[in-house]
Design a protein around this ligand. Structure first.
Ligand code: ATP
Ligand code: MG
Length: 569
């Protein structure tokens, strides 16, 4: 491609609204442009990278035995009503009504459509197992689209759905996909980690997320320093000591002007681990739908809300208002579990703990001497606290560390939570009608473009691995002489004929501008053609961000090839 004819508008300065490095660089280097909130154009260079990533995903999915199909983006509302998700999915599902007043939605995921398709074609166990996938645009009306391609409203996903005659077969395919995902992210050259994950609104039993490790990641992942345990903090477990203090009677203690956990601990001459932190929520969905519940963790812990939602089998929770707290007998700022008139859930670490200090549900008052098993017989316990750095690993005696991650893939062993309501049935070996068991497997393909940039950049721009770069080589013609242009064109054709993708900067720009653009765009090998060098029969070759070397004009192809073969993943 000749740069003079190429649509790759670069920007000198960082765009004001871009917070993370990948968003800044993809905009500046002319890969993407914003259309509206969370919706982007892929410019020609951006599309070239997207296609390369897609192809790696496609090759590995095909190699794993999955088959590609393509489903529509617009989905009939009726299918979502059948699965029960029309009501459940919430405002991320963009619902539309057509001219015939038929309700539809833009697909955020495709379980309903694939189940409908398969249910109509599946007859016998002999057709199973099968794994069908597509690479296609999804739409989710995200509450806070941000970070460019990282969290868009419209984005490209690879989504696969597998169907099985029994659980054992699903378990085998889950392992197959787990291995495939490892291969895909390794081929992409990413530093990543598979982690145990919450099954969220998709449902099902087993689930792993694949995270690219990056400071800008929106997720926190906990991992052991010693063994392979790794989990999203939304579900990460840890081992912890039980706080035990002196066993004393429950006593009201006046604590005027003592409110923060640190102040309360200091007042009682103890540490925050002896405190009970009580948080009151309004619940939606599940058996406690519409009710107020209180959740207690140790004073030095944070409550992990996703864990609480799971423990309640709910779809969402919201902090209760001061009035709602009052309605169950509490007082905001001094809430405690004793005599609170609602369901009480405690974090596991509080089980059998004694000598605790909690709010007394009276103004300016705390309770001391709380012994949960003695004083609160109705208490229920589950894992509610957020795992933190320094906790002990639940699998070994190693120490937990926390890192930030970008979720680029997610695999689920679904079981029958969709196939049951969607009636995906087949005749088993005994001739009995049976519901198929399912798995589903997603990869954020457009998010991956950003994730690669998050890991591959420097102060001058993007540093693509050669196999993902939109062009492997930039030819930079320095002078304006005819001989310089002719020599460049010759090299340009020679490299292209050898199957190398080349961007020839033939623009009438200053060399400095051309160098800056090639660096910013992240093209891996730069060939610099200057009039003075040509007089000696040489050009300069330089891996991006590295030292330049002079080489004879007729050895450009072999030099480029050897540089590229060294960097290929
Ligand atoms: P997240 O927690 O980031 O919202 P999710 O759990 O909703 O992700 P899945 O439903 O598992 O995501 O979708 C599969 C993959 O699609 C995710 O692993 C992620 O890589 C990608 N993805 C999800 N939402 C977005 C988005 N808004 N923009 C870009 N990619 C996305
Ligand atoms: Mg999401």
């Amino acid at each position: 491609m000749r740069y003079s004819r190429f649509f790759a508008p670069t920007l000198r300065d960082d765009p004001a609204d871009a917070e993370v490095i990948s968003h800044k660089l993809l905009l500046r280097a002319g890969y993407i442009r914003r259309v509206t909130s969370g919706v982007y154009d892929f410019l020609p260079m951006g599309l070239r990278v997207l296609r390369k990533i897609e192809n790696i995903v496609r090759e590995e999915m095909n190699r794993a035995g999955a088959q590609e199909l393509l489903m529509p983006m617009v989905q009939p509302g009726g299918l979502w009503k059948k699965s029960g998700r029309w009501e459940k999915y919430g405002p991320e599902l963009l619902r539309i009504t057509d001219r015939h007043q038929h309700e539809s939605c833009l697909g955020p995921t495709h379980e309903e459509v694939i189940c409908d398709l398969v249910s109509r074609e599946l007859r016998s166990y002999k057709q199973l197992p099968m794994n069908l996938y597509q690479i296609q645009s999804k739409f989710r009306d995200e509450i806070r689209p941000r970070f460019g391609l990282m969290r868009g409203r419209e984005f490209v996903m690879k989504d696969a759905y597998s169907f099985h005659a029994d659980e054992a077969c699903l378990a085998a395919e889950y392992q197959n996909m787990f291995a495939t995902y490892n291969r895909i992210f390794t081929r992409l050259g990413l530093k990543f980690r598979p982690v145990e994950a919450d099954t969220g609104s998709i449902g099902g039993s087993a689930s792993h997320e694949f995270h690219v490790l990056a400071e800008s990641g929106e997720d926190l992942i906990a991992h052991c320093s010693k063994c392979d345990y790794a989990a999203n903090v939304e579900m990460a477990k840890s081992k912890r000591d039980v706080p035990t203090g002196k066993t004393t009677a429950l006593t009201d203690v006046e604590t005027p002007n003592v409110t923060s956990a640190e102040d309360v601990a200091a007042f009682f001459n103890t540490d925050t681990a002896q405190l009970v932190k009580t948080l009151v929520y309004h619940v939606s969905g599940g058996p406690e739908d519409g009710n107020i519940v209180a959740a207690c963790v140790r004073g030095d812990d944070q409550l992990q809300e996703i864990k609480l939602i799971r423990a309640l089998n709910a779809t969402g929770i919201e902090m209760a208002s001061d009035e709602a707290i009052k309605s169950v007998g509490g007082i905001a700022g001094f809430v405690g579990p004793v005599a609170l008139n609602c369901k009480l859930l405690f974090d596991d670490t509080l089980k059998n703990s004694t000598g605790l200090i909690a709010g007394a549900n009276k103004n300016d008052t705390h309770l001391s001497g709380l012994d949960i098993s003695r004083d609160l017989s109705s208490a229920e316990f589950s894992d509610l606290r957020e795992t933190r750095t320094g906790d002990t690993c639940p699998k070994c005696d190693g120490t937990i560390e926390l890192s930030r991650g970008i979720e680029v893939g997610h695999i689920f062993a679904l079981g029958t939570c969709y196939s049951e309501p969607m009636e995906v049935q087949f005749q088993n070996q005994e001739g009995k009608r049976t519901t198929a068991t399912m798995g589903c497997y997603g990869i954020g393909v457009s998010r991956l473009v950003a994730a690669v940039v998050e890991q591959c950049n420097d102060e001058n721009g993007i540093a693509w691995p050669a196999h993902l770069a939109p062009f492997q080589v930039a030819i930079i013609t320095m002078g304006k002489s005819d001989s310089g242009l002719e020599a460049s064109e010759k090299i340009y054709h020679e490299l292209q004929d050898a199957g190398i993708e080349v961007l020839w900067d033939d623009r009438k720009e200053r060399p400095g501008v051309k160098f800056k653009d090639a660096e910013l765009m992240g093209l891996p090998v730069h060939v610099v053609v200057g009039d003075r060098g040509l007089e000696k029969g040489v050009v300069e070759i330089r891996p991006r961000g590295d030292e330049k070397t002079e080489i004879a004009v007729d050895t450009v192809l072999s030099s480029v090839q050897s540089l590229l073969s060294g960097s290929h993943t």
